[in-house]
Write a protein that binds this ligand. Sequence first.
Ligand code: PLP
Length: 409
Amino acid sequence: MKADEAISIEQRLMASVYSKRPVVAVRGKGARIWDSEGREYIDCMGSYGVSIIGHCHPKLVEAICRQASELISCHGSLYNDKRSEFLEKLSRVTPKGVDRAFLGNSGAEAVECALKLARKYTGRKEIIAMMGAFHGKTMGALSATWDKKYRAPFEPLVPGIRHVPFGNLERLREAISPETAAVIVEPIQGEGGIKLPPEGYLKGVRDLCDEKGILLILDEIQTGLGRTGRMFACEHWSVVPDIMCIGKAIAGGIPMGVTVAKEEVMSALKRGEHTSTFGGNPLACAAASATLDIITGEGLPERASRLGPRLMEGLLALKERHNAIREVRGMGLMIGIEMKHDVYNVIMKSLEKGLLILDAGRNVLRFLPPLVIEEAQLDRAIGILDEAMGDVAGGETGGRVPDRAAEGI
Ligand SMILES: *Cc1c(COP(=O)(O)O)cnc(C)c1O
């Protein structure tokens, strides 16, 4: 199928909720993607952070193909070999004692489960989330998400969820009431613009939750599975949550979301209170099992912690050359570049030059490359970005930035 044809069909028949880049991606390998015209791109979008192990990792492809010919669907009311294998592997990498899992099919679902669980376990109604937070777009998750443009059109949302400034312990303390069930927080805010917590903040949140007898929910959907240089970002600060949400990369690109909790907490959910038809299906579990093997077997968290500083250094050198860069920040291979202007033109210019890169809000460029990306590919990505920024500053693309209100993830 020709690119034009694919584009026009999607434009005609698909809900237009995504801000599309004009690329028809047809094939991927490691950190590279090819479009229908055979053009090659370095993929620093990584499918919004999904492609931790790279595209079409041979061991993942093999696991999926093998399982597809064994058993694809198997409801949670039957036991399954691949599911139990995956659960055991998962329990070896999650924070100690946080190993009772609910298996769902997306990040937002992992958050839904966490919110219901917090209410059920504590018998209280209120949840405190953070300004700048992103937790997904289903009604419950959306209620914890901060951005008004995602929330406002769909009100009334789930009541009892309030937002406090990320990084401010005093404001959090003030917001806690006798009806507070839990605090939900991303260790590093992703969609919110790659915002790192101030030193001591997450530990402070943990202590405050303990002091007040409320649950700590960590949303590690974007920060988890090696992205920041540790298996889960909370390890950087030695913080153990009561409930943790995992998604994006967990099944290597096959849809899956997982909510893990301490045994005592998860046991609050009784038979039938929270289930999913597809949740824990053998195909997704076989994929997730292979993905965990690859992440641990290839030392991908360590790789992210080694490559992160190299990327950071390259981007800081760009800051010396481009006045429009305000700040470069991040951890491991989760890095944001805050610009003084809208990043749309830089993204489009990079695309023309063979680099796929994300935004995180209007003025932040975001790198979420596969952790298997090669040094030379990272260097090339920095080179392309350098050129793109030069072109945009030189006014070559200038022009109007389209209305991005309908931006979607
Ligand atoms: C992507 C993301 C979600 C939502 O995941 P979906 O699979 O899109 O529902 C939730 N929280 C965080 C931190 C995310 O990055």
